[in-house]
Design a protein around this ligand. Structure first.
Ligand SMILES: Nc1ncnc2c1ncn2[C@@H]1O[C@H](COP(=O)(O)OP(=O)(O)OP(=O)(O)O)[C@@H](O)[C@H]1O
Length: 292
């Protein structure tokens, strides 16, 4: 059994040939060279064209229960796009995302109200995630403790620093012991003490066989919290494996770019892609998929 196959036990999320393409208006002349868009272009404001952004090129992977998967890559590589697709916030252009449960993103902030104190926002956030009022009461102390906000929990959320509100959002999002949790750049604003608590909570989730996706530019957080890492670059799924191995390749690539060694950076990318053991998801019978 190869390194990739060991990830395939007990799948939580299956990403089956998923890609995401956006069409955006641009002032650049003939950005995509796609004649099919010429009719549409005529209807746009003069001077504007449609550009095609390949935010995520076709990719397949399987995330299992008990995995904390770090998602790394340069700006604009498709990390957040992939998280939105996994979270069900957007539909992919091709392929499908299958999950064993509804993924919880730290974006419960949508349900939170800046004018209300943290304590009332705990109720709002938990209700928005489907907890009953009795369950919220049972979880309340644990959430306040994890947030580490102390008496600030009685202050309106609009008075919180970005670190404080991200701590509260993390505490709320993990309160329901989510089976699938998406943390997109959510933990970077916490201080050292919160990092310890976050780590402990994420270890608990992993032990309960949760599956966590963690997008971060902070390699220390990725090293600390993840047991698997995927690397995206300009929409390409470049590598997938043990954190140290993937981070080493990524850091070499970034260093080569910094030095202006484009040939070296390209070589690193090609090596990463070549070494990756891709999974193949097959439809064994209508509606049933198997993983190779
Ligand atoms: N709604 C959208 N409409 C058009 N283009 C988009 C949209 N969302 C993302 N993109 C484009 O898709 C590409 C990937 O963006 P994405 O936000 O997924 O990257 P990222 O890896 O999360 O970047 P960062 O590290 O900067 O957060 C970028 O080129 C971005 O401009």
């Amino acid at each position: 059994m190869d390194a990739t196959n060991q990830f395939v036990s007990d799948p939580a999320v299956v990403i089956d040939n998923v890609s995401m393409t956006y069409k955006v208006a641009t002032n650049e002349s003939n950005p995509s060279g796609d004649p099919a868009w010429s009719k549409l272009i005529k209807r746009l404001t003069p001077g504007q064209r449609m550009a095609t952004v390949h935010a995520l090129k076709p990719m397949s992977m399987v995330a299992s229960h008990g995995e904390t998967i770090g998602v790394i890559g340069r700006n604009g590589s498709g990390k957040s796009t992939l998280m939105r697709l996994i979270g069900g916030n957007e539909r992919p252009t091709t392929g499908s995302v299958l999950a064993t449960n509804t993924p919880v993103a730290l974006g419960v902030s949508a349900a939170l109200m800046p004018d209300l104190p943290g304590e009332e926002n705990i109720h709002l956030g938990c209700l928005a995630m489907g907890l009953t009022p009795t369950q919220v009461v049972a979880k309340y102390d644990q959430i306040v403790e994890l947030s580490g906000l102390g008496s600030a929990i009685h202050l309106p959320m609009k008075s919180y620093s970005s670190g404080m509100s991200s701590r509260l959002r993390f505490a709320i999002a993990t309160a329901i012991d989510p089976e699938i949790l998406i943390l997109d750049e959510a933990l970077n604003t916490g201080d050292a003490e919160f990092s310890q608590r976050t780590k402990a909570r994420m270890t608990e989730l992993r032990k309960q066989a949760g599956c966590v996706f963690l997008v971060s530019h902070a390699m220390e957080s990725i090293r600390d919290l993840c047991n698997r890492v995927i690397w995206l670059d300009k929409g390409d799924f470049l590598h997938d494996g043990e954190p140290e191995a993937v981070i080493k390749l990524y850091e070499r690539f970034i260093e080569q770019l910094r030095r202006g060694d484009l040939a070296g950076a390209d070589k690193t990318k090609r090596a990463a892609r070549r070494e990756m053991q891709a999974v193949e998801i097959q439809e064994s019978e209508r509606g049933r998929r198997s993983i190779r």
